[in-house]
Design a protein around this ligand. Structure first.
Ligand SMILES: Cc1cc2nc3c(=O)[nH]c(=O)nc-3n(C[C@H](O)[C@H](O)[C@H](O)COP(=O)(O)O)c2cc1C
Length: 305
């Protein structure tokens, strides 16, 4: 027997494999393929205070080793989520992490408050890769002070664990991590997508309706791994690592770089059972290498021998 349990911000997970926000819908679509009860946790797609219809199409482009998406946080809003989705998710024995987004600090605060009044939410994951309409559209996540302000606003309006999801589109991700840690974050998720674009030669125009999109998938794995390593070295909060995790080997690399848990995103689009395959691969690795506890591997690559 190997012990796959881990603890993140007071949450005890039966294993480290989580779904990445926006790539697993609200889980219903995946339930025919994945026994949801086997997952460490489910992170749902980003929720906002009001419904959002998202960006104009096209919203997805394939790239040689990943995808560019500009969905624009399309979602049915918090009230619909509470009435029609949370009851479905509550039937499973799996912690539900709600990914939340806003355009002003006030919006994050109100949303955190609303979500905290609901039952069966295990934690909030705060997406700070959103344009701050009060600061000319600059992303909260690219400014340590704005990232800290959002974190404080959410913390002041919830008793749930607060996981802040960092953007890689910054010069020093550790600086943002330190700022949100000081503002009271209980854990960190990293990374969100990397800003990119594609051009259509026939139209001589950007492919995406939004011009820019977020790159995800295998192309971003080395960048994400580097970010986890750097944040682990400088901040003592638990880390959920993500970015191009397609196999158990990828997941184990993130754990050795310092992640306590991993989230699987774009891989779900190619193999709907990716989460389970990764979970089983991690378990096999521990068994074959006679490692009793997964937690013993967290940050193992940092040990200087
Ligand atoms: C189609 C799509 C939608 C996404 N939606 C969200 C979202 O609503 N909130 C969020 O914080 N991250 C969102 N993400 C980012 C992922 O959760 C994840 O951080 C990123 O894709 C890197 O992981 P991956 O390479 O395994 O996909 C989305 C990613 C994709 C591809």
């Amino acid at each position: 027997m190997v012990d796959l349990t881990i603890e993140i911000a007071g949450l005890r997970l039966k294993n480290p494999v989580i779904t990445a926000s926006g790539t697993f819908g609200f889980s219903q679509e995946y339930a025919p393929y994945v026994d949801l009860n086997r997952l460490g946790a489910i992170t749902v797609k980003g929720i906002t205070l009001l419904p959002r219809s998202g960006n104009p199409p096209p919203r997805l482009v394939e790239t040689p080793a990943g995808i560019l998406n500009a969905i624009g946080l399309q979602n049915p809003g918090v009230d619909y989520f509470a009435a029609s989705i949370l009851p479905y998710l509550s039937q499973f024995e799996v912690p539900v992490i709600v990914n939340m987004a806003g355009e002003t600090v006030e919006e994050y605060a109100v949303l955190a408050n609303k979500l905290s009044e609901l039952n069966n939410i295990a934690a909030l994951e705060v997406n700070i890769s959103c344009p701050n309409v009060e600061k000319g559209g600059l992303q909260f996540g690219s400014d340590p002070a704005a990232a800290a302000e959002v974190t404080r606003a959410v913390k002041n309006n919830t008793s749930l664990p607060v996981i802040v999801k960092l953007s890689p589109n910054v010069t020093r991700i550790e600086t943002v991590a330190q700022a949100v840690a000081q503002a009271g974050a209980d854990a960190l998720s990293l990374i969100n997508t990397i800003l990119g674009m594609a051009i259509d030669l026939k139209k001589r125009r950007p492919v995406l309706g939004n011009i820019f999109g977020g790159l995800s998938g295998p192309a971003i794995k080395p960048v994400a791994l580097r970010a986890v390593w750097q944040v682990f070295e400088e901040v003592s909060l638990p880390i959920i690592g993500m970015g191009g995790i397609f196999t158990a080997q990828d997941a184990l690399e993130f754990i050795m770089a310092g992640a306590k848990a991993v989230a699987v995103g774009t891989a779900n689009f190619i193999n709907p059972r990716a989460t389970i395959d990764i979970l089983e691969g991690i378990e096999n690795y521990l068994r074959e290498n006679k490692i009793k506890r997964l937690s013993d591997l967290v940050g193992a690559a940092h040990c200087k021998q």
